[in-house]
Design a protein around this ligand. Sequence first.
Ligand code: GLU
Length: 280
Amino acid sequence: MSIVTRFAPSPTGPLHLGHAYSALIAHDMARKHGGQFLLRFEDTDLERSKPEYIAQILDDLTWIGITWDGDPLFQSAHLDVYNQELDRLISRDLTYPCRCSRKDIAAASAAPQEGVPHHLYPQTCKHRLMSDRQAGDAIRLHMDRACVALDGEMLSYCELGNINKGTYYIDFDTLLRDVGDIVIGRKDIQTAAYFMASAIDDIRQGITHVVRGVDLFEFTQVQVLLLHLLGHKAPLYHHHGLIRDESGKRLAKRDDARAISKYRSEGASVNDIKEMVGVL
Ligand code: GLU
């Protein structure tokens, strides 16, 4: 099998050490096996995504020595594709519209309904029909119906990283108890939630190995569920550890002090960066 990996940054901030680590693992994995390495900008957050971050990320990746195959994919140019996939779940009656604000959810969660764990969406809008959808409503996955739709099919994926290496099984109880009725259609712009768009693109781009930080481990389970519901075979996943600071604290996504551009301006070499993330 020829392998295809990808790096999929959200251009809402500069490329930092953690990103560089992820990109290097995915890039080196593809190059080592004569495969392909693709670049995808997850820029569906139209307010926070900035062209200057895209330019800087491209420049930083090139400086580190990363090369990608073909043109980068920009998700903002494909919102209709994610909507079509969302429509497939809507037409199977697996969704409902939700008008709850964060504040509504916090208030309802303070007085949880019997049988709904308090960390899950309190199901205020669960009785609503898609035909009742109003402008500005989000779309939630009706998790109970999603589990029924899978008709007992065992959800599994193959993990190559350090966490539960091997076949990883997701059971319906976990989905109902820990994940619940997640938002899969956004209310701000009419398109799928970011993790759904990401999973769809992994299929569209023919990604064989998804390399990402272990902070996205929970997302992976939801993505595997969505891919199964949409009739796609999940790729292989490789979750890697996170880059931490000297005190062992995980680097925050917007920790600009760790931006590659900052290290560059201070005279760091590519090898310095590789040494810092431990890939030299
Ligand atoms: N866009 C995500 C980020 O920048 C990564 C998504 C993924 O690896 O699937 O954190």
